[in-house]
Write a protein that binds this ligand. Sequence first.
Ligand code: SF4
Length: 455
Amino acid sequence: MIDPPKHAAVTYSVACVQRPNAFAPSLTSAPWSLAGGIGVGAAAQQCGPQALVRSTATPRGMTDQPRPAQCCTMEAGLYVHVPYCVRKCAYCDFNSYAIGRQHTQPYVEALLAEFRLVQRWLGVTGAIVPAFGTAYFGGGTPTTVPAAQLGSVLRALTQAFPLAQNPEITVEANPGTIDRAYLEELRRAGFNRLSFGVQCLNDRLLKAIGRIHTAQEAVDGVRWAREAGFDNLSIDLIYALPGQTVADWRDTLERAMALQPDHISLYSLMVEPGTPFWRMLAKGRLNLPDEDAELEMDVLAQQVAEQHGYERYEVSNYAKPGFRSRHNQVYWHNGPYLGFGAGAASYWDGERRTNVRLPKAYIQRVAAGELPVEDAERLEPRRAAGEMVMLGLRLLDGLDVREVRDRFGVDVLWEFREHVRRMSDLGLLEVRGTRLRLTEKGLPLANEVWSGFVI
Ligand code: SF4
């Protein structure tokens, strides 16, 4: 007989994550015997690269004092993937497919069935399921699905996996797929954060990259979202687009600031294998800005965002005070999350699981009563620690290496000492006490710093 999952509406602690099949919930006031203390004072400074000493006990500079709850609690997240788009953008290599004339109902039913399967699976594993702080509907384009269907998915999701108090519930929206009534229905259904894929506010460039919407539709969408009651609104912008000048980018940034979003994600275009842009690049037909122009756009993005009161808190993300993305922080803190839908990934109980990618195969697997998992992998401690460092270094605050030690038993400053020393000597990485973070100089070269932690 299968036991139902046990739900515990309490905060989830880092220290719990690593114990197999034992997601013991921790109250924030619980003793933090597995956690280290905050690195302050002279002793903590000794943990820099100048003091790389191997230690099987508490590494130097790390104390076993109780740690204040805010530095070692994390939320668990829920992710729902919608793999449909109106059509594929020329740069996109996400797991998404042009929807054509398909109905979304079979996919929606598959999602509901997967919730039940995962709920049962968690019961089998004996896991105690925490209340989830965030839910995120991403894609693809979730807003290709009728609002009533998205609402029913959210209802079923939160019945199966209860949310904590004051959850962040995000849905991604493409400005070419929504109107005011649609957004009002999403808001009534319980979504409280909207992430708009604006990408740029220049019709010539939007067309060139294959977007289905105009700049004005994006502007209207943001206004309708506010009118519908979304008081937590994010927009995505992409720069270094083919044919884009620094002046174009400045214009998009200024117009985006006028929309007054609470959060902005700013990405430079990556030309990915298998995309139309990749093929155009191979044929010499993609007119990308040169490196100097891209760097100028990068600097400009940061300047304009900061001038308008946005804090850069992650390599590509800026927020007004109080509006950092809680869901993405689950990922960057290497926290636990359950992913549902075609190609969705989960990180749960120290194991990474990925669902089958193709929507049709996903629907068939779930209809047959099987978990639609294609890959499951439990990383060995050194690799898991390296990945946690890589994720944590995306945040401008960086990470505390004691959290890595607490979870994986790996002393990062020893295991990766040569890379840490080299990056520090180059001025790309700062080691202060037990905290590692990218320097200003290291931010544009983040890939180089990260790569040394995942080998
Ligand atoms: S809308 Fe987003 S997910 Fe869909 S094709 Fe364009 S970039 Fe990809």
